[in-house]
Design a protein around this ligand. Sequence first.
Ligand SMILES: Nc1nc2c(c(=O)[nH]1)N[C@H]1C(S)=C(S)[C@@H](COP(=O)(O)OP(=O)(O)OC[C@H]3O[C@@H](n4cnc5c(=O)[nH]c(N)nc54)[C@H](O)[C@@H]3O)O[C@H]1N2
Ligand SMILES: Nc1nc2c(c(=O)[nH]1)N[C@H]1C(S)=C(S)[C@@H](COP(=O)(O)OP(=O)(O)OC[C@H]3O[C@@H](n4cnc5c(=O)[nH]c(N)nc54)[C@H](O)[C@@H]3O)O[C@H]1N2
Ligand SMILES: [Mo]
Length: 761
Amino acid sequence: MPDRRLVPIATRPHDAPAGGLGALWSTFKEAAAHPGVLRGTRALLRTNQVAGFDCPGCAWPDPAPGHRTAFEFCENGAKAVAAETTRRRVTPDLFAQWTLAELAGQSDHWLEAQGRLTTPMYRAEGAARYTPIAWDDAFALVARHLNDLASPDEAVFYTSGRTSNEAAFLYQLFARQLGTNNLPDCSNMCHESSGRGLGTTIGIGKGTVTLDDFAAADLILVIGQNPGTNHPRMLVTLEAAAKRGARIVAINPLREAGLLRFAWPQRPLALLGRGTAIATDYLQVRLNGDVALLTGLCKAILAREDAAPGTVLDHAFIAEHTDGFDAFAAPVRAADWATLERESGIPRAEMERVAELYLASRATIACWAMGLTQHHNAVDNIRMVVNLLMLKGNLGRPGAGACPVRGHSNVQGDRTMGIVERPTAAFLDRLGAHFAFTPPRHHGHDTVDAIHALHRGEARVFFALGGNFHSATPDTAYTAEALQRADLTVQVSTKLNRSHLVTGREALILPCLGRTERDVQAGGEQWITVEDSMGEVHASRGHLAPASPDLRSEVAIVAGVARATLGDRSGVDWAGLAADYHRIRAAIEAVIPGFDDYNRRALEPGGFRLPNGARDRVWHTETARARFTAIEVPEMKLESGQYLMMTVRSHDQYNTTIYGLDDRYRGIIGQRRVVMMHPDDIAAAGFVEGQLVDLHSHFDGEVRSAPAFAVVQQALPRGCVCTYFPEANPLVPARSVARESNTPASKSVVVTMTASVSPAG
Ligand SMILES: Nc1nc2c(c(=O)[nH]1)N[C@H]1C(S)=C(S)[C@@H](COP(=O)(O)OP(=O)(O)OC[C@H]3O[C@@H](n4cnc5c(=O)[nH]c(N)nc54)[C@H](O)[C@@H]3O)O[C@H]1N2
Ligand SMILES: Nc1nc2c(c(=O)[nH]1)N[C@H]1C(S)=C(S)[C@@H](COP(=O)(O)OP(=O)(O)OC[C@H]3O[C@@H](n4cnc5c(=O)[nH]c(N)nc54)[C@H](O)[C@@H]3O)O[C@H]1N2
Ligand SMILES: [Mo]
C-alpha cells in the first residue's frame, strides 16, 4: 500500500499499580514544572483541608475531618491545582501580539500553557484582536446587548460545574429576573441521564450513599467509570473495601489500570509492593452493552427466585416500597440468552456467576459515570441499575445504594442552586416570593438546545460562567457556527481556551479568581461553599494572592452584570450581596430546603449533609414508591466496516484542558490524536499500528469526518473503538442524544475508517 501514512507510536506498557510511585513522581513533576512551584505546594497542602479550599479536580467527597491526612489530593487534583496556581500570565501583550486567527492555530495544550488570564478583554466587531476593557465598560456592554434583545429568551446563560453555590445562586436569580430559564450547564452533557433516571425511579436525581457505606458494602459495582484517572481519591476508598474482603466488579469495555491494582502514593510503604488488587471480577462489556448485561444479571436472579419462590428477592422491600415489579420482571424472564450474550459480549455463565455474587452480598453499591450516561438509552441504563439494586432492597440502608460519581467539583451544587433549564414550580414559587418578582415559568434551553437556538439565530447573547462551550459540546464545526452567529459571547474564565477564539460578532473575556485564591470584597475576606457527589455541603476558602489585581470573583462579576442590566427594575441589592457572601447564603437558606443555619453549619468541620429522601426510604415519585421500570434491550445494528466509538478522557487532561500528551495507564505516550482498536480489528481492516486513518461518523444519513488519527492497539471488545475527547467531538452529531435527558451520545458514535492519504498524494 504505497500511500499508507504512518506515524511513530510510542507505547509504554503499564504494569505497575495505578497510583504508586508513578503518581507520586507525576505529582512532583507537575508541581515542579510550573513556575509557581512554591505557590503550588502551599496550595496543595491546603487542598481539601478543613480550613482550606475544595479541590477543583473532582466531586469525590473528603474523608471525615478526623480522618484526613496532610495530603488529601491526588495526582490529577495536583495537576488541577498546579494549572490554577501557575505563575504564567496571559497579559494584554499576548493579545496585542497575536491575532485571534493566529491564536486559533495553536493547540489546546499551548493555549492552556499560557497561564492565567489577568485582564478583561474585548473584541470589537470585525477586529482581529482583543483589546483591554475596563470592568464597568464590560458590564455596560453586556447590559446594552441584553436590554436590546427582543425577548430575554434570546439570551443563554451557561454554567460549568466549578462555580460556587454562591455565584450559581446569584446567576440563576439574575437570569430569572431578566426573564429566562435558559440556564444550560455542563450537567446536560454529563450526569443529566443519572438525574433523570434516578429522579423518575427513586424520586431524587442524586446518589443515595455516603463514604461510610463503602466501609459496609459486601459488593461494589463500578460501571462505566475510570476512577484511576478521573476520581483517583475513590481508589483509596475502593482499596480499603478490597482489603477488608469486599468484592469489586468492574464493568468496562477497557481494562482500566486503576480498576486493576492500586498503591496509595501518600503511603510510602505501599509504593514498594505490587499494590492492592481492586476489581475481583472484570466484565469487559461491549460498548452500550450494559442493559443487556444488567438484564442478564436480573434474569439469573429471577431464575433463582423462581426455582425457590420467596427465598431470593427482598420481598418485604419490594412489597412495601416499590411498584412496577411485574411489568419489569416479565420481559426480563422472557429475554433470550443468545441476545443478551451477543449484545453484552459477556457469556451467560459469567452473568450467572456475577448474579451469584450479587445474591451472596448483604449490601451492594453501584457506582457509575460517563460510560452509562452518554448513550441514546442512557436514562434506561440508570433505571436498569436501579432495578437491579431494588431486587435485594439495596437502597436506603447501610452499605448499599446508588452512587453516580459526579464530575466537576461543584456540578451537583450548581443544580441544587437552581442552575437548571426546567426548574420545578415549587422552586420558582419560593424564589419569586423571597425576592418579590415573577419568575418565568416556561422551560429554557439545555446545552444541546442552546446550540441549535444559537445556530438558528434565535439566541443572540451567549454568556458562560466558566467552561469551554466550544470544545466540550458535540459537533464542533456546527457549534462553532452557532457561536459565531451570536451578537455577543461572554466568557468568565480563569484560563485561555478555544471558546475565547471562536466568538460572536463581539466578545468579552472576563477573568475571574480561582478556588485557591483569596477573595476580598467590601465586607472583608469571603469564603464560598460547594456540594460534593454525596450531597455534603462545606466551605472552601482560598489562601493565595490573586493571579492578578484585576481579577474579580464570579460573584462580583455576576452581581456587576446584573446591576448594570437590571438597574432599578430589580429589587435585589446586588452590591450588598456581593459585598458579603453571608447574605447570599441567607437568601439560599430562605429559598432552598435543607440549608437551615447555612452560614454556621457550612463552617463546621466537614460541613453538613443535605436531606435525601431515598436514603431514608421516602420516595418523592409520582406514586410515592420507588419504581421498577420495564427496559427494552437495545440491539446494536452495525453495518460491515462500522464500529461503535466512545470518546473518553486521557490521564493528562481535565475535560478540554490538556495538561500533557500522555495517557500513562493506557500506555499511550506523546499523542492524543489516536484511535484505539482491538489488534484483530486492526488486522481485519488491513491497517497496521501507527497508520493514520480518517474517521467518519454516520448518523441519520449525515456523515462527519475528522482526519488523521493514528491507530493504536488496546484491549477492547471487537467492533468497539475509542478516541479522546475533545479531539473527536467534530464526529459527535449534535442531534445524536440520549432520550429524555438530551445528553450527547458521545460514547455511542457509529464510525467507519479509511486510510488517510497524504495531502500531497
Ligand atoms: N483528571 C480528571 N478528572 C476528571 C475529569 C478529567 O477530565 N480529568 N473530568 C471530570 C468530569 S466532568 C467527569 S463527568 C468525570 C468523568 O469520569 P469518567 O466517566 O470516568 O470519564 P470518561 O473518561 O468519560 O470514562 C468513561 C469510562 O467509561 C467506560 N465506558 C465507555 N462506554 C462504556 C459503556 O458503554 N459501558 C460501560 N460499562 N463502560 C463504558 C470507558 O472505558 C471509561 O472507562 O471525571 C471528572 N474528573
Ligand atoms: N465527546 C465528549 N464530549 C464531552 C464529554 C465526553 O466524555 N466526551 N464529557 C462531557 C462532560 S462530562 C462535561 S462535564 C463537559 C465539560 O464541559 P465544560 O465544563 O464546559 O468544560 P471544561 O473543559 O471543564 O472547562 C474548562 C475551562 O473552565 C475555565 N475554568 C476553570 N476553572 C474555573 C473557575 O474556577 N471559574 C471559572 N469561571 N472558569 C474556570 C477555564 O477557562 C477552562 O479553560 O464536557 C462534555 N463533553
Ligand atoms: Mo462531567
